[in-house]
Each structure stands twice: as structure tokens, then as C-alpha cells.
Design a protein around this ligand. Structure first.
Ligand code: NAD
Length: 442
């Protein structure tokens, strides 16, 4: 049965996309959108641009493009801004990142040169390998006020009514939750006291929420996922989601592990290692920063395989994740997985995966989709954690009482059913009865 569509305000002609951290991922995203606009490439990997959604029964043959089904801003309307702790414009950032071909960068060079990062809010104890040169002075409260002023100025300068913020900063060191993060009052006090438990990532998230700007966290950093900021987002009606883009090895892991569980095959061990040579790899070479990544990468298997429910199959699983900084590879990462599985009567088998991927090429379309979908959520008056966007994250944010859903295809179903629900279309449940004939073509 179809439901009533949600009241959704029309998509704005222009949408601001604010990017804390204008390094490899952010510059590849912006350059990619400019390239597509100029007819120099295709937005491959973007569900909002190339994905379709099946509506109704299979016999109806209704499969519109997602961008034609839900109201989204056209790529020509995106306006980019952001912050970095190094100066230089986005042409320089693209050239330094060495992700895209220099000839392509040069073709859109004039546009890239007009985008200059604003000074970043930064505390070097959170990213020990970087010595920033383009930073905001003062205390955490000063940073938050300055970032909020930057957002307002960016919107005014470009005549924007709406904007979103997608965090693309370096990975910060891992920090435990403290009292400063538990309530809005404590968080506000900690800002005033320049409490070092408040990370730069949290300052950006706080500023976005205070300005009514939806916030997504593409990094493994603790940011909007602390009780104080979740309460603030709910109170101010702002959608938030995160964290850590699911791009390479974890994407593969969340496809393979549901397969083992679906067939009741056991897993004894899963060893994942990576070599990468970009600045992200350099930052992750620091053990305290790697810890943040390790936490988001390790959580995946337990929630998919549920060793508590299947102790004989997954109770003794040994899971190890390594990231090795190896400069010659630049952004072209290599991720290996060795998986020790077992079958009938416990007979062992192995699977090896060698994914020669490109980090920022996989992440850029996620930034685009998050920007457009978060703005859609805001126009549909959805607030707080957007679980339907779990699809894009290694460590999806969820309500406190439930565990995150990591299985890529359950996440995809959630995303698409959410879109159907928003637009008043029937949800697809794959029941497959005579009256409700369903298929697998999500
Ligand atoms: N590329 C992927 O596939 C992928 C996947 C998942 C997560 N991520 C995460 O995305 C983030 C960005 O990755 P990247 O490859 O672009 O890294 P990068 O090092 O190229 O870019 C990060 C940028 O953030 C800047 N920065 C650091 N702290 C800042 C602050 N407080 N304020 C403003 N700018 C700041 C740095 O100067 C740098 O330019 C990392 O946290 C990474 O772990 C990337």
C-alpha cells in the first residue's frame, strides 16, 4: 500500500557545499563536479546521478533515475567552500593530491583557482604529522564563532539560502568520550574554557548545527556522534550522519561477510592490510591517529556476523586490520584481505582479495551523494541521525538503543525504501506473493 508523501520543499537552485579539510577527497570531489559540468567526465559511483529506483510491481516497469524521482539540486547549482590548515586554492590542492590527470585539472583550472580555503580550526595535538600554516587564532569558542561567521558570510556572498557541511579533514587522534561531551551545557562550557577534549572536528560539527546546516562526517573522528551534539541537532532540527566513508576494503568486507552468514559458513580469521602513500596514509602512520580508523574498521564484522548468536561459526574469529604508509603508491591504495573460512564438518578454505583501488576516486561520489541527500532530508524536515544514509559509512551513526546496520544490501534497501516512503510510493519488501510480486532488482 502506498503511503502519503512527505511534504518536501522544492530543491534550491543553488546549494552551498562546505568542506572542512580541502585535501585529496574534497579536491577530487569538487574537480569531479566541475569536470562533469563541463562535459569532461561522468559521475561514476554516484547513486544520486546514475542510480535508478524500482517503483511498484516488477510488471509496472517503473525505474526512474533517483535524481528524477526525488527533488535534488542539479550539479550546475552546487557552490563550493571550505576550510584548510594550509593555504593555496583548489587548483593547488588537486595538483598536490596527484589523484586526477594534470591535463584534466588544467582544463577546469580557472574555476578551481577561485576556490580558496578559509583558515582552519586546528589543534596540532589532534593531528601530529601536520604543521598547519593557515589557522584560526584564539580559543575553541573563538573558532566556533569564526566558523559560524564564515558560514554566514559564504552564504551571503554567494546568495545561498541553503548549505550542507561534509567533513573531509585529516583523521584525528582517538579520544574517549568525557563529561564535556555529554550535555549541551557541558559542551558550551567546555568551548568557553577551551577544553582540549573538544576536538576541531567537534567545533565544525557544532558550528554547522548552530547555523542550521546539515552535517555529514566522512572521517573516523568523533564529531557529531557525541550526546551533546546529537541533542543539539535534534533540538535545532538539523539532520546529521557519519562516520568514515565506506569506500574500499570495508565496502568489500560488508559484501562478503553477509554472504558467509547467509550460507552459515564459518569464519576463523580475517586479516586485512593496506598500503597507501597519500597524506591520509601519512597521518594514519601515527599510532594514535590509526586508532580512530581501527575502531571504525573493526566494528563491522561483529555486527554482521553476530558471534553471540552464532558462537560455533564466528565465536573464535580473529580480526586484524593494518594500514601501512608507503609513499610510492600515492592515492592508489592496495588493500589485501586474507579470509580463513570453514565449511561442512569444519573443513578449512581460504579467500584472498587484492583490491587495487583509488581512495579519493571512490570517496568523491559519496561526498556528492551525501551533500544532495542531506539537503533533501532537511527539506523533508527530517532531523537528527539519518540512518538511511548508513550505506555510505564504515561506522554508521544510530540511535543509542540499536546496533548499526553494516550489511551493504540492507543499507541499500533502507536508503531506497526511505526515498520511496518520502515520495509516497509502496515500500518494496520482497515478499513475493501473488499480490505482492517482488524481485531483487533494488
Ligand atoms: N579516501 C578515502 O577513501 C577515505 C575513506 C574513508 C575516510 N576517509 C577520510 O577522509 C578524510 C580526508 O582524506 P584525504 O585523503 O582527503 O586526506 P588529505 O590529507 O588529503 O586531506 C585532509 C585535509 O584536511 C586538512 N585538515 C586537517 N585538519 C584540519 C582542520 N582541523 N581544519 C581544516 N582542515 C584540516 C589537511 O590539511 C588536509 O588538506 C580522512 O580523515 C580520511 O581518513 C577517506
Amino acid at each position: 500500500m502506498a503511503n502519503k508523501p512527505r511534504a518536501i520543499a522544492p530543491a534550491p537552485q543553488k546549494l552551498g557545499v562546505l568542506l572542512p579539510g580541502m585535501g585529496a577527497v574534497a579536491s577530487t570531489f569538487v574537480a569531479g563536479v566541475l569536470a562533469v559540468r563541463n562535459g569532461l567526465g561522468e559521475p561514476v559511483g554516484s547513486i544520486t546521478q546514475l542510480g535508478r529506483i524500482r517503483l511498484g510491481k516488477r510488471t509496472e516497469k517503473r525505474n526512474p533515475l533517483i535524481k528524477e524521482f526525488v527533488p535534488l539540486t542539479d550539479l550546475s547549482g552546487l557552490v563550493f567552500g571550505g576550510w584548510d590548515i594550509f593555504g593555496g586554492n583548489l587548483y593547488d590542492a588537486c595538483t598536490t593530491a596527484e589523484v586526477l590527470d594534470q591535463r584534466l585539472i588544467d582544463k577546469i583550472g580557472d574555476e578551481l583557482r577561485t576556490i580558496e580555503p578559509m583558515p582552519g580550526a586546528f589543534d596540532p595535538s589532534y593531528v601530529k604529522r601536520l604543521n598547519g600554516t593557515h589557522m584560526k587564532p584564539g580559543t575553541r569558542r573563538d573558532w566556533a564563532e569564526a566558523v559560524r561567521a564564515d558560514i554566514r558570510k559564504f552564504k551571503a556572498d554567494h546568495g545561498l539560502e541553503q548549505a550542507v557541511m561534509i567533513n573531509c579533514c585529516s583523521t584525528e587522534v582517538y579520544r574517549e568520550l568525557t563529561d564535556a561531551h555529554r550535555t549541551i551545557e557541558a559542551f558550551e562550557r567546555a568551548l568557553d574554557e577551551n577544553d582540549s577534549n573538544i576536538s576541531p572536528a567537534m567545533v565544525y560539527a557544532y558550528s554547522a548545527i548552530m547555523e542550521g546546516v546539515p552535517y555529514a562526517n566522512g572521517t573516523p573522528n568523533r564529531a557529531a556522534d557525541v550526546p551533546a551534539l546529537l541533542e543539539l541537532a535534534a533540538q535545532r532540527g538539523v539532520p546529521v550522519c557519519g562516520k568514515d566513508y565506506k569506500t574500499g576494503q570495508t565496502l568489500v568486507k560488508t559484501v562478503l561477510s553477509p554472504m558467509f552468514k547467509a550460507r552459515a559458513l564459518g569464519v576463523r580469521g580475517w586479516f586485512s592490510t593496506n598500503i597507501l602513500g597519500n597524506r591520509d596514509g601519512e597521518v594514519l602512520d601515527e599510532p594514535e591517529n590509526f586508532k580512530s580508523k581501527e575502531v571504525t574498521k573493526l566494528g563491522v564484522l561483529d555486527t554482521i556476523l553476530q558471534p553471540d548468536l552464532y558462537p560455533s561459526l564466528y565465536g573464535d574469529l580473529y580480526h586484524k586490520v593494518r594500514i601501512n604508509y608507503y609513499p610510492p603508491r600515492g592515492d592508489a591504495k592496495e588493500g589485501w584481505d586474507n579470509i580463513d573460512i570453514f565449511g561442512w564438518l569444519g573443513y578449512p578454505m581460504q579467500i584472498k582479495v587484492d583490491f587495487l583501488c583509488r581512495d579519493s576516486i571512490l570517496a568523491a561520489p559519496i561526498v556528492l551523494d551525501l551533500a544532495l541527500f542531506l539537503n533533501l532530508a532537511q527539506r523533508a524536515k527530517m532531523k537528527g541521525i539519518q540512518e538511511w544514509l548508513s550505506f555510505y559509512f564504515k561506522s554508521p551513526m544510530t540511535a543509542a538503543e540499536v546496533y548499526p546496520e553494516h550489511d551493504l544490501f540492507i543499507q541499500q534497501k533502507k536508503l531506497k525504501n526511505n526515498l520511496r516512503h518520502m515520495m509516497g510510493e509502496e515500500l518494496i519488501t520482497h515478499l513475493g506473493t501473488e499480490y505482492y510480486d517482488e524481485g531483487t532488482d533494488e
